[in-house]
Design a protein around this ligand. Structure first.
Ligand code: AQP
Length: 338
């Protein structure tokens, strides 16, 4: 049994508590997390340190950390099988991040599209943390020697950089880090904004652009009804020319566990009203049980907090092993135990 646990590969992923999670986060990341929990050692983090690269209200952030952890669990992640914790509770993330900063080039960070997008969006606060965000992400992943990282397509570039940093470090010091692979769901690795379907759906965008996992039924009905489509009236999957319709088809396919082809053939010949109605029902059916479980978990904060503290200890034990190895390799003075 011990051997079996050892042999399982490791998965790491995280979500920022920078807003209320969207169905983009669910389809691109969370849904895949639950599918993988039996076959891998899974570590899922609430990345609160990443979230402060953009100004956050302290009380809101504290609440959202618990909410994201509860959402992980409400989406089916068992905190006994998976390690679910807050990034700021394990200091190894910050420590390894500093070391990896010294193995990352300015030019690499300047090329990151998320940095460019966020710098444009938050022009009054282009802080160094926003710039080195991908290094902290590399530290998150490499700290746990993760083999696989389930993420949406928007994080692909950051994962590539993580691989480059790991290979660069290993090239100097030997095989210290596992070089991770990305894991992308077949459908929906990039769910688009309901109002601007050529842009990714983001939790920090205006409310009518996204569907939050915790949105009430009437809001979900209203947002899908108002989702931007096009004027040719044909239900067809063509993201380039019909981004709005294609986005709704992706949401339906991902949430009903069917293929795009099956979804298109089911709706072919019908109008956009039917497409939107069907999409609404599928989204509501998926989110209802998650919302009910989330409410139950949020009603017991003491339990949630105890899960986070216990899991942070488990995460810390793994992280410290890697960190000590790295510190030794780069020549930091030994910690002599008395
Ligand atoms: N629209 C999306 N489609 C598919 N996957 C998505 N993800 C996010 N948006 C979509 C995936 O969710 C995981 C967690 O994302 P995150 O919160 O850590 O960062 P993000 O990608 O910056 O997400 P947001 O919602 O856009 O956050 P804000 O608005 O705060 O910047 C990642 O695996 C991501 O790929």
């Amino acid at each position: 049994m011990e051997n079996q646990v050892q042999q399982k590969k490791t998965i790491f992923s995280g979500i920022q508590p920078s807003g209320t999670l969207t169905i983009g986060n669910y389809i691109g990341a969370l849904r895949n997390f639950a599918l993988l929990q039996d076959d891998y050692n899974c570590i899922y983090c609430v990345v609160d340190m990443h979230a402060i690269t953009v100004r956050q209200d302290a009380a809101q952030l504290r609440k959202r950390c618990l909410e994201v952890a509860a959402t992980y669990m409400a989406c089916g992640l068992d905190p006994k099988k998976n390690i679910i914790y807050c990034q700021s509770h394990v200091s190894g993330h910050a420590e390894l991040s500093w070391i990896l900063n010294c193995f990352t080039y300015m030019g690499e960070l300047q090329r990151m599209t998320q940095y460019k997008d966020k710098a444009a969006k938050h022009a009054d606060n282009i802080n160094a943390g926003l710039f080195t965000y991908p290094v902290l992400m590399a530290a998150d992943i490499l700290l746990y020697q993760a083999d696989l990282v389930p993420i949406g397509a928007d994080q692909k570039q950051h994962l590539e950089l993580t691989r480059d940093i790991a290979q660069r470090f290993n090239g100097v010091y030997g095989d210290v880090f596992t070089v991770p692979e990305g894991y992308f769901g077949k459908i929906g690795s990039r769910i688009m904004s309901l109002q601007e379907p050529t842009r990714k759906m983001s939790k920090s965008d205006p409310d009518d652009c996204y569907i939050a996992i915790l949105d009430p039924e009437d809001a979900i009905r209203r947002k899908i009804k108002r989702a931007v489509t096009d004027s040719d009236g044909e239900i067809r999957f063509d993201p380039e020319n019909k981004p709005g319709v294609s986005n709704l088809l992706s949401i339906i396919a991902a949430m009903s566990n069917s293929s795009i082809e099956e979804t298109v053939s089911k709706l072919q010949g019908q109008g956009y009203g039917s497409l939107k109605n069907y999409c609404t029902e599928v989204v509501l059916d998926t989110l209802r049980p998650i919302q009910a479980e989330h409410a139950k978990l949020m009603a017991d904060k003491a339990y949630l907090q105890s899960v986070l503290m216990e899991n942070a200890e488990r995460a810390n034990a793994i992280a410290t092993r890697t960190l000590r190895k790295v510190q030794k390799k780069i020549g930091f003075a030994e910690r002599i135990k008395k």
